[in-house]
Design a binder for this molecule. Structure first.
Ligand code: AMP
Length: 407
């Protein structure tokens, strides 16, 4: 790697500020419901602690928008982290200021301290220089292991690197860059990619970039309906981004010109979407799906919307996945939060897991689906980054990576 690694540091006795992604889901009682991200940061943190570093951990949690929001405190995360680490961990109720400085000054080699949510300060996301300087003043060296926020130039991911002696990549960061970057730059072929989710607009640049590298692209989820509409297929009331229809046509042409395949759904699970009088927690009218059925072909009849890929599509996608040597998957094939419409996503998960190909899965929903299907151990790499992995796959330089010290 061109950037300094945590292994290049000499951490004994040093104060090391480690930016991690402890942005974990909490339930109404403030209990951590999924510790994947905490576990993912352990190798770097253990490595430093075992070598006698004084480890100061910082992260964001949720979107407190620059205000102290007790429901978004990192305190409950510290308990889980400490249990997983099997060491006592101290917690500072702020991330900058005198109180924190005193706690850091009292640290001994091998001690670990977690700072309060960085986003309690608006200066964090604004990449404010003074705030970054204050964070940096707590440490001698800095390690970034938060791949999930590396696509943002924030004070704790970019600004801080200007005020420390060395800024290195943690193990998780390195793994993400290796699998999403180096490995996909020169993958064993055939290389196929499966994209799903809600919006084409989020994924146009990824599709363009993948058309250079992959042999075939499969498109499912709501995104597929904008593509199908562009191909003149009736899509009923399915979600369509009208202003993106033209670009999907162009993408299909580009793919054909390059001799690449874009596979679109050939059948669907469809339903009538009905607004009820019941309100959800946010006061929005709840939606019900009625008259669920499979289509016989590619078209969706009037009044119905596509909610999942159908069995013919599952077969076509699974065949393509089964014949590949490298698979990349990002985004669900349908409204998989609703069990009735989760089959396509789970079948794709199974096909990826059983393919024997090198498999890389990114995006929270797809990773969730693979865990729920119990097949996660069959996957070569599960990315922890949603937006970051997409931007990286687009070929963009991530500011949090660019800012690290060159080797
Ligand atoms: P994204 O954040 O773009 O990856 O989109 C994920 C969301 O897409 C999930 O919440 C799915 O429910 C939604 N989604 C997938 N397929 C469909 C569909 N056919 N119609 C509406 N929403 C969908």
């Amino acid at each position: 790697m061109a950037k300094l690694s945590v292994e290049d540091l000499n951490p004994k006795g040093q104060r090391v500020l480690v930016r991690v992604d402890f942005n974990v889901p909490l339930d109404a009682e403030g209990k951590v419901t999924d510790d994947t991200r905490i576990k993912a940061a352990l190798p770097t943190l253990k490595y430093l602690l075992e070598r006698g570093a004084r480890v100061i951990v910082c992260s964001h949690l949720g979107r407190p928008k620059g205000k102290r929001e007790p429901s978004m405190s990192l305190r409950p995360v510290v308990r889980v982290f400490s249990e997983l680490l099997r060491r006592p961990v101290a917690f500072a109720e702020d991330c900058i200021g005198e109180g924190v400085q005193k706690m850091v000054a009292a640290m001994k080699d091998g001690d670990c301290l977690v700072l309060e949510n960085l986003r309690f300060y608006a200066q964090e996301e604004a990449n404010d220089g003074e705030f970054a300087k204050k964070l940096a003043s707590l440490a001698d060296v800095y390690v970034n292991d938060a791949f999930g926020t590396a696509h943002r130039a924030h004070a704790s991911t970019e600004g801080v690197t200007r005020y420390v002696k060395q800024a290195a990549a943690g193990f998780l960061m390195q793994k993400e860059l290796k699998f999403l970057g180096d490995e996909l730059a020169n993958p064993p072929h055939p290389f196929v990619a499966i994209l799903g989710g809600a919006k084409v607009s989020d994924k146009i640049l990824v599709i363009q970039s993948l058309l250079e590298k992959a042999d075939a692209l499969m498109i499912g989820g709501a995104m597929a309906y904008t593509f199908l509409k562009g191909q003149g297929v009736d899509v009923g009331s399915s979600l369509v981004e009208a202003d993106r229809v033209e670009i999907t046509r162009q993408l299909m042409k580009d793919a054909a010109a390059k001799g690449k395949k874009i596979l679109l759904p050939v059948d669907h699970v469809i339903a009538k979407r009905v607004e009820t009088d019941k309100l959800d927690k946010k006061g929005r009218k709840m939606v019900e799906f009625q008259d669920v059925k499979n289509t016989a072909g590619t078209a969706v009849e009037a009044g119905f919307c596509g909610v999942d890929i159908g069995p013919g599509t599952v077969k076509a996608f699974s065949d393509a996945i089964g014949g590949s040597k490298t698979v990349l998957w990002n985004g669900p094939m349908g409204i998989f939060e609703n069990k009735q419409f989760a089959k396509g996503t789970f079948e794709v998960a199974r096909a990826v897991a059983q393919s024997g190909a090198r498999s890389i899965i990114g995006g929270g929903d797809s990773v969730k689906a693979i865990h729920a299907s119990g097949l996660a151990d069959k996957i070569t790499f599960l990315s922890t980054g949603g937006g970051a992995s997409l931007e990286f796959l687009e070929g963009k330089t991530l500011p949090g990576v660019a800012a690290l010290t060159n080797k």
